[in-house]
Design a protein around this ligand. Structure first.
Ligand SMILES: Cc1ncc(COP(=O)(O)O)c(C=O)c1O
Length: 364
């Protein structure tokens, strides 16, 4: 049975009338940038997260970049994050002019090990960017305590964690600001690039609204240096339709993860763990094995797609060689990079497909 690693068309077909209608409404209104759809989505998404404000922006990378700028991060500062994340986390830090500093991860949850923060702190540290990787919230309480003690800002990267919870509270209100991506394959995905920042801080929200729109304070008056990074009306209208289904889709993702847990039994394959503090939303279902490349080949031969998120700690990417981070600096992240493999997991998978993936892994 063929099981691709991602497949977006069946979701579109299932909600086609609503999605087409939403797009047509924007075309008929012919208001494309900073209009009623964007405002309504910001209201609805803020409410979903339990945050006071949401500010739509052009992408998840821009959400991080602008949130860090709004928090006052800039050249000469250091920002602590993890090396096992999507490269855009670090692109965003880099774009502010600050220097990314890498802290190692907890090998069970793949998220920031807060015990590392002390070791990475310098007088230049300005902010921390924990990443809720694969859909599992990072352990935020010790991160926030550490930030409070040292006067640091926290901007969490929630690109993979729409609807995830930490100690009973939704991601989106756990830091000074939370950055979201609505890249098409995310748990809540647009049909193009899109992103948002949620925050409870009205000052931060106001700065973000200016930063995304050329630094404009009122029409044609620009009080800060800004960018062009807005969530457009078509994407906002699509996201409004999809937001109504996010909870059901996350429940289905969790049900598939539970099915994998019951069905996969292999001495050499470790299944993902859900931390006691977390409601994991399984953006990705990531197993670990020392025989990762062989398992990937084995699945491919059975027409089962898989992916490696991510094959290199970011400090070992060519683009970041100039940071001079020595190999082995974050040993847990390096081990994870060599062992992780993402299996197919999206709400539209059938139980038969899930069982076929599990059987193929068991056969390995
Ligand atoms: C963890 C993480 N951070 C940031 C991003 C960047 O989001 P975008 O592609 O919307 O810029 C992504 C996704 O691509 C991501 O997975």
């Amino acid at each position: 049975m063929r099981v691709p690693i991602v497949e977006l068309k069946s979701q579109y077909l299932a909600y086609q009338a609503d999605l087409d209608g939403a797009i047509r409404e924007v075309l008929e209104a012919s208001r494309f940038i900073l209009g009623p759809q964007g405002e309504a989505f910001e209201r609805e998404f803020a409410e979903y997260c339990g945050a006071r404000h949401a500010v739509g922006v052009g992408s998840g990378t821009e959400a991080l970049h602008l949130a860090l700028l709004a928090c006052g991060v800039g050249p000469g500062d250091e920002v602590i994050t993890v090396p096992n994340t999507a490269v855009p986390t670090v692109c965003a830090i880099d774009s502010t002019g600050a220097t990314p500093v890498f802290a190692d991860i907890d090998p069970v949850t793949f998220t920031l090990d807060s015990a590392e923060l002390k070791r990475r702190l310098t007088p230049r540290t300005k902010a921390i960017v924990p990443v809720h990787l694969y859909g599992q919230p990072a352990e935020m309480e010790p991160v926030r305590d550490f930030a409070r003690r040292h006067g640091l800002r926290v901007v969490d990267d929630a690109a993979q964690a729409h609807g995830a919870e930490y100690r009973g509270r939704r991601v989106g209100i756990l830091a000074d600001a939370t950055a979201w991506s609505f890249y098409p394959s995310k748990n809540l995905g647009a049909y193009g690039d899109a992103g948002a920042v949620t925050t409870d801080d009205p000052e931060l929200a106001r700065r973000l609204e200016m930063l995304r729109n050329y630094g404009e304070e009122r029409r044609h008056y620009h009080s800060i240096r800004g960018f062009n990074s807005r969530l457009d009306e078509i994407q906002a209208a699509i996201l409004r339709v999809k937001l109504r289904h996010l909870e059901a889709w996350n429940d289905r993702r969790r049900a598939i993860a539970a099915r994998y847990r019951q069905a996969i039994h292999h001495a050499a394959v470790r299944l993902p763990a859900e931390a006691p503090s977390a409601r994991h939303v399984f953006h990705l279902y990531v197993v670990r094995t020392r025989h990762r490349d062989a398992l990937r080949e084995h699945l491919l031969a059975r027409e089962i797609g898989s992916q490696i998120h991510y094959p290199l700690p970011i400090y070992r990417q060519e683009a970041y060689a100039h940071l001079g981070v020595p190999a082995g600096d974050c040993p847990e992240a390096e081990r994870a990079a060599a062992e992780v493999l993402s299996l197919p997991l999206y709400p539209e998978l059938t139980d038969a497909q899930v069982d076929a993936v599990a059987a193929a892994v068991n056969e390995f």
